[in-house]
Design a protein. Structure first.
Length: 700
């Protein structure tokens, strides 16, 4: 690593606080003292990703920093965020474990590979000032607020457990780029901006919407967002969570119009951001929502969410705060639920169709107008405590439930298992967890890679009981293994399939999900995830569905290997995928999905072929899909694409019956070319007749 340039008056200690990943990045301080504002530049024609990191962590007294964009080229990309000292120099912030980053091109805030957020993305460019402020420090998930031009735009969790590694970091790609950076050392706590729930102007609103101070309502500023139906649901989020001091929020329906076909009004409590898939809990949710029946409300009605705080049932676990969440209509309780409050609290959040409702924030009550008697409170607390104790007993692991090579170091922690293999140890070393097999109720486990070099290999998979702890999963029958070095997925000793895996390395997440097909089936479908996205599907032959175990193999080859295993019993919520979003399809490693259109772009380098596969099969609920040809393959000199229905993996051996096909395809070649035109569509329809599926191929 090369140190950035700084003022000649700066001493050597200050210079060592600024770390650059390449010599294409330069940083100059405006003062000799550390943490002073400075100028950050990326040289022209610097196409690879580089970063600058200031090795003084954010603290409760100095929780935020800012960046002003002075120069940006067309293809440039910036990410501002927080990272530790082990970040790779080839990825943007957020695309690495335990980092968070606000991306300029997409406007998304990514944390631990997750870009899901309650609020819409907000791009930034030349002239914008963006910042990141930690509003709640925690050793498991800190709350972060993202600021753009002095307005809050998003809240998110940061999952780094070591508070001493909260280093402000900036990644840059495709110069020239010029930024002015104001570090947190120059922003004392009294100067940190405060955004309040009681100030409607501070609420986070979607583009095209604002707060009208004359009518005291949230309204549409740009009618094109509604007229062109670009926005189906508008959203509002409070900049601060509910708390003991203010535990209730309420909105008044200033106007209710029922002319629309689908009026919608949903009041919610949301956590700071999307929770991790693993580990997860059944009594702590990221979103609590209540959909209002539009026929049951009228002008002037008031809707609210409130929290009644119960006494903690675990004095040693102060983060586990039991609460009763209550929905009110005109100060009368409509329904209530009892959960554990997420870290950082619950934020008021409203989603509605703006053409049907005008909302006014009501501040008459600071606390729930509903009274809870002692009997109801004790009943809520007793039931929640039973759920908590049951979940804690199910999540518990014993070392005797693992079979592993004696050269592996295995450390059991509360939320995961640490696996470490010394670099001097030779050979393959495997661990298998027998405590909880991958069942229909708990079909997922996850690996977080903490140390892995190009020379080492990490293999993640599922298998029956292995006969040896010195073999990779996938080499034997009834086993599957996903390899880090080449991304191959071996199953039953072979690797032929319609989709190929992606390589993974340090800072990545890998998740294996087993989809059971029923008791009568002799196979299961395995869905392989990398960094919150599905990458491949496989069919695995298995005799006993109750003997599918999480399996991990490590091969050091001179460098230490370390990872975190999150076992199936610690995961309550399955990973989320959206079929209408092409990012959640199984794509080639070099594929790119357009931000605003459902388009996939792949490289034109000579290869054996690309394959794009939906992560779930067609069914009664999803029986149609179509593909539009945007370019003429003959003009590009490439083979035209094929549209097909396939099984998860090719039949081996092939079935003799024509009613058991593993591929049904339409390929517009030779005579088929006349059926396709530019911007024309090809599609498959699926009809269920008795118990057989038939496909119909149509084209326009």
């Amino acid at each position: 690593m090369a140190n950035p340039s700084s003022n000649e008056d700066s001493n050597s200690d200050n210079k060592n606080l600024y770390i650059c990943s390449s010599n294409t990045v330069t940083y100059s301080c405006s003062s000799s003292h550390s943490g002073a504002s400075g100028k950050l530049t990326l040289k022209p024609f610097a196409e690879s990703c580089s970063y600058l990191q200031y090795r003084v962590p954010l603290t409760e007294h100095h929780p935020c920093f800012y960046v002003r964009v002075d120069q940006l080229s067309v293809n440039s990309k910036i990410s501002i965020g927080i990272a530790g000292d082990n970040i790779r120099d080839d990825v943007h912030l957020g695309n690495h474990n335990n980092t968070i980053g606000y991306h300029s091109d997409s406007g998304m805030v990514v944390s631990n590979h997750c870009s899901r957020s309650q609020t819409k993305p907000s791009h930034y460019s030349i002239g914008d000032t963006v910042g990141m402020c930690i509003t709640n420090f925690s050793q498991s998930s800190s709350s972060v607020m993202i600021i753009k031009n002095d307005r809050p735009v998003c809240t998110k969790y940061h999952y780094e457990k070591d508070l001493h590694k909260y280093y402000p970091t900036i990644t840059l790609e495709h110069g020239p780029i010029s930024l002015t950076v104001t570090w947190h050392d120059d922003i004392p706590l009294p100067n940190v901006p405060k955004y309040l729930h009681t100030n409607p102007c501070d609420w986070m609103v979607m583009p095209g919407f604002s707060f009208d101070s004359l009518t005291n309502t949230f309204c549409v500023r740009d009618q094109s967002y509604v007229g062109d139906e670009k926005v189906l649901l508008s959203s509002l989020q409070s900049p601060e969570p509910l708390s003991q001091e203010r535990s209730f929020y309420e909105v008044e329906l200033a106007e209710v119009s029922l002319n629309s076909r689908n009026p919608s009004l949903i009041i919610c409590l949301v956590s700071c951001g999307a929770h991790l898939c693993a580990p997860s809990s059944s009594i702590c949710y990221e979103v609590l929502k209540f959909t209002i029946n539009h026929q049951a409300v009228e002008n002037g009605d008031k809707l609210g969410w409130g929290i009644h705080y119960l006494p903690p049932f675990l004095d040693e676990d102060k983060l586990r705060q039991p609460i009763v969440c209550c929905v009110t209509l005109n100060s009368c309780c409509q329904t209530s639920v009892c959960y554990l409050e997420p870290e950082g609290g619950y934020y008021p959040f409203i989603a509605f169709t703006p053409q049907d409702f005008k909302l006014k924030l009501s501040l008459a009550h600071k606390h729930l107008p509903v009274k809870f008697n002692t009997m109801n409170t004790s009943d809520h607390l007793r039931i929640l405590k039973l759920h908590y104790e049951l979940e804690r007993s199910l999540r518990h692991c014993e070392l005797s439930e693992f079979t592993y090579s004696q050269d592996l170091r295995v450390d059991l922690l509360s939320d995961h298992v640490d696996l470490t293999l010394d670099g001097k140890v030779t050979g393959v070393h495997t661990l298998q967890y027998y405590g909880h097999p991958l069942t229909q109720e708990r079909p997922v486990f996850q690996i977080n890679i903490t140390r892995l070099t190009e020379d080492s290999v990490l293999c993640v998979g599922v298998a029956g009981r292995l006969s040896s702890t010195s073999k990779y999963p996938g080499r034997e029958l009834s086993s599957l293994g996903y390899h880090s070095k080449d991304g191959k997925i071996l199953y039953d000793g072979r690797s032929q399939a319609n989709t190929q895996g992606h390589r993974f390395t340090e800072g990545d997440q890998v998740m294996i999900e087993v989809c059971h097909r029923g008791e009568g089936s002799n196979s299961v479908m395995v869905r392989v995830w990398k960094n919150e996205l599905p990458v491949a599907l496989r069919s695995l032959d298995i005799k006993d569905h109750k003997e599918l175990y999480a399996t991990v193999s490590l091969f050091a080859n001179g460098s230490p290997v370390a990872c975190e295993l999150i076992t199936p019993n610690k995961i309550e919520h399955l990973p989320t995928y959206y079929v209408n979003n092409l990012l959640y399809w199984c794509l080639p490693a070099d594929a790119h999905v357009s931000a605003n259109e459902p388009e996939v772009h792949v490289s034109n380098q000579p290869r054996t072929g690309h394959c794009i596969v939906c992560p779930i099969p067609m069914s009664r609920g999803m029986h149609h899909f179509e593909v539009k040809m945007l370019e003429d393959p003959t003009e590009l000199g490439v083979v035209p694409p094929m549209i097909a229905l396939t099984t998860v993996s090719p039949y081996d051996p092939p079935r003799e019956s024509n009613f058991h096909l593993d591929l049904l395809r339409f390929w517009p070649r030779n005579d088929g070319e006349s059926f396709t035109t530019i911007n024309g569509s090809c599609w498959f329809d699926l009809f269920l007749i008795t118990q057989f599926f038939f496909g119909r191929i149509l084209s326009t």
